[in-house]
Design a protein around this ligand. Structure first.
Ligand code: 0PR
Length: 386
């Protein structure tokens, strides 16, 4: 650090030039992200609440109450208005918290968690941190977790099952109904990772898309990850962890007796935590309502169909599978997918590259013109390749 500070104008100038390297959502070039441009109203609220700290609810009881209300609103979206939980830094922390609770509630001799190979890498982190063994099971032909393989993997050491409702690579929804049945009969904890799907799937029935049971409606589901900073349009950081009831959440709580407001129980990994995130989510849920979010999903799904149709018409590339939600997988039998991604990058497009396919997340910041222009560039790249 320099001894003497610089005038604000100079710092701003430097900052402007340094930040130029970053991609922007407005450019429409970010096709591989599960985050999006935060809603303007949420941004406005967030800015108002920068000093709010949910780590000390005795100082900010109103903020803590708004978090509770927002969690209940999300709970009602996921078929359980009496769900409890927290807004955390993201899906990673939410998934860690779920396995933390599962481990604390289980008998001591159990240390295995069964998850599909499609589960997000945050479960590897969670298992590592918590001293658990992650048993990964294969997928079936529809890219859903193979239920027979899950049943085979259950042992006397199993403590939890993980199901994904909107997989990171393809947006696939596992058969949570069947996982719930296994969890109930075998007395196992079931966590559903709906970090992405939690703000998408609840609207499918009304929108006329094939719908899935994945939430607390299923009696075996103990917790759900649902991230406002993905399809919820909230500013980062806003992950969400919802537990079916207090008893589950209490398994990870510690007493913090010395804070203002007296005895406080804290059931998060971190202490100091953004109140602005929680208030912004509350405001957005109130402002958009079911109708607002449904419209966002409808737009993204319509655009997903346009993108998928465009890919289907092309030679040399094809869809990995018909998109279930607003995530599209593009594969090629003749061209290395990495080369296609590299050429796309040279044309300014940022996509995600999985071992066998390119992933596009058709997020709210993507407009029809962006999809059109992407398809044009992709066609050119594919045709140029000998
Ligand atoms: N669960 C699922 C199903 C996910 O897809 C992700 C992340 C997580 C949990 C973890 O969420 P956090 O990243 O909030 O901890 N999914 C995206 C991915 O890994 C995250 C992402 C977001 C990637 C924005 C890129 C990006 O620009 O692909």
């Amino acid at each position: 650090m320099k001894e003497k500070g610089l005038p604000k104008t100079l710092v701003l100038q430097q900052l402007k030039s340094k930040l130029k390297e970053d991609f922007t959502y407005d450019s429409g070039k970010i096709l591989g992200s599960m985050c999006t441009k935060p809603h303007a109203f949420a941004k406005q609220i967030y800015m108002k609440c920068l000093e709010k700290n949910l780590g000390d609810p005795g100082l900010f009881p109103a903020t803590a109450e708004l978090e509770r209300e927002a969690i209940q609103l999300l709970g009602s979206l996921l078929s359980n208005p009496s769900a409890c939980g927290h807004f955390v830094s993201g899906g990673t922390e939410a998934n860690i918290m779920a396995l933390w609770a599962a481990r604390n509630l289980s008998e001591q001799n159990r240390n295995e968690v069964i998850a599909p190979v499609s589960a997000h890498y945050s479960f590897d982190k969670a298992a590592n941190l918590l001293g658990l063994k992650l048993v990964k099971v294969k997928l079936d032909e529809q890219f859903q977790v193979d239920i027979a393989a899950v049943k085979d993997a259950v042992t006397s050491k199993t403590l939890a099952l993980v199901g994904v409702a909107g997989s990171t690579d393809l947006g696939i929804v596992d058969s949570i109904t069947e996982l719930s049945e296994i969890a109930l009969t075998q007395n196992l904890y079931l966590h559903v990772d709906a970090a992405f799907g939690g703000f998408v799937l609840p609207f499918f029935k009304e929108l006329g898309y094939p719908s899935f049971d994945f939430d607390f409606k299923l009696p075996g589901v103990c917790s759900i990850t649902v991230d406002p900073h993905k399809m919820g349009l909230a500013p980062i950081p806003a992950g969400g962890i919802l537990f079916r009831d207090e008893a589950i959440m209490k398994s990870v709580s510690v007493e913090v007796p010395y804070l203002a407001g007296g005895n406080t129980e804290q059931s998060t990994i971190v202490g100091t935590r953004s109140g602005a995130s929680a208030v912004a989510v509350w405001a957005l849920l109130m402002h958009l309502g079911r109708e607002g979010y449904k419209a966002v999903v409808k737009r993204c799904m319509n655009l997903t169909s346009k993108l998928a149709e465009g890919i289907e018409k092309m030679d040399k590339v094809s869809l990995v599978t018909k998109p279930v939600m607003n995530i599209v997988g593009i594969k090629s039998k003749v061209i290395d997918i990495r080369i296609i991604a590299q050429k796309l990058r040279e044309k300014g497009w940022a996509v995600s590259v999985f071992p066998k396919h390119i992933r596009i997340a058709v997020m709210p910041h993507i407009k029809p013109a962006h999809v059109k222009s992407f398809l044009k560039d992709l066609k050119k790249i594919v045709n140029e390749n000998k």
